[in-house]
Design a protein around this ligand. Structure first.
Ligand code: KG4
Ligand code: ZN
Length: 337
């Protein structure tokens, strides 16, 4: 089965073709980072307009790379939510239009399910069950994953997402939006022991997170000092160490609480190399294993949407599922396939 995946939930337009036998055949992606950088965050209306401009040329590009034509597509999958309503509607409209024109089924996919299952595209893929840490710009969640569509929420952030904390702290340090990758590059040159930032909720018995206090601590630190390059690097390193400490501690607690031995990391912050190294060593210490999606699949992309649809619908379902978006959508409410 050849699945066309369309991702437009936020600031990346991603298109990919996934073949159930041959894997990802072709991908095309456009990031709107430069478009929004001027404003220090995603401007929803600009995001929607840019998706409209990019989506058809990107679909052509992905098909060309895959060496396939639209007539070869068996199933069309798009991100139904959660995300920005206007941005989601662009992908939903194109998917619905293609479905009618090609007479193919159209299915809506949960964006976080895409992230959650993308580590299965790694070689070798993790086996079920596993604990999943979803860390993106909008989410920080620990889930127990028994199989496709069988997700139980173990804990989540009570305020900011980890990626959001990275982005806001990066902005305090004068780094362009989204600052996560730039902050982590800066951190590599700094002294992580220079500032003892708080590790919010690290000792709490639950599996929840909180990052807004940490961000505020970084704000006070920035205000108190005259910033030069060395100090900015030390703040970045100390901040990153605090986030990594908390994420690692809660992941280990989740493995212990569930009795599972596999940890899967998904979402944009999963690209952070300090987090990857730390989770690698900590899981090894307790006899568990950690799996990461290939780095290019950590951030938003079309392949994870096509892949999640292919797993959910082993063969193309009859008829279209209709047309809709769900800007707010709880992952635990998804039915099993
Ligand atoms: O999953 P994603 O692409 O989009 C959402 O669905 O949110 O995640 C984007 C987030 C941003 O906050 C970005 O700063 C963060 O992931 N991010 C990173 C790194 N790469 C991306 N944060 C820390 N270190 C990185 N290397
Ligand atoms: Zn995402």
């Amino acid at each position: 089965m050849l699945t066309l995946g369309i991702e437009t939930s936020c600031d990346e337009t991603g298109i990919a073709l996934y073949d159930s036998e041959g894997g990802v055949l072709g991908e095309a992606l456009h990031s709107q980072v430069d478009l929004h950088a001027l404003y220090g965050g995603v401007v929803p209306e600009l995001a929607s307009r840019d998706h409209i401009r990019r989506i058809v040329p990107l679909a052509r590009e992905a098909l060309e790379r895959a060496g396939r034509g639209l007539a070869d597509v068996d199933l069309i999958a798009y991100t139904e939510g959660p995300g920005l309503a206007g941005a989601l509607l662009v992908g939903a409209s194109v998917a619905a239009g293609l479905g009618i024109a090609l007479d193919r089924p159209v299915v809506g996919i949960h964006h976080l399910e895409g992230h959650l299952l993308s580590p299965l595209l790694a070689d070798p893929p993790p086996e079920f069950p596993f604990v999943a840490l979803l860390v993106s710009g909008g989410h920080t969640q620990l889930m127990a994953v028994q199989g496709v569509g069988r997700y139980a929420l173990l804990g989540e952030t009570v305020d900011d997402a980890a990626g959001e904390a990275f982005d806001k702290t990066a902005s305090l340090l004068g780094l362009d939006y989204p600052g996560g990758p730039a902050l982590s590059r800066l951190a590599a040159t700094g002294n992580a022991r220079r500032f003892a930032f708080p590790r919010p909720m690290i000792a709490s018995e639950d599996l929840d997170f909180s990052f807004s206090g940490l961000k505020t601590a970084a704000l006070h630190c920035v205000r108190k000092h005259a910033l030069d390059d060395a100090l900015r690097a030390d703040i970045a390193a100390s901040f990153q160490a605090a986030v990594v400490d908390v994420l690692a501690a809660k992941c280990l607690r989740a493995l212990e609480a569930t009795g599972m031995s596999r940890l899967v990391v998904a979402g944009g912050v999963g690209a952070n190399s300090a987090l990857r190294e730390r989770l690698g060593s900590e899981t090894a210490r307790v006899g568990a294993r950690v799996f990461f999606p290939p780095a290019r699949l950590c951030t938003d992309n079309g392949a994870m949407i096509a892949f999640a649809a292919a797993l959910r619908f082993g063969s193309a379902p009859a008829g279209t599922e209709g047309f809709g978006v769900r800007p707010r959508w709880d992952l635990s409410s998804l039915p099993s396939p």
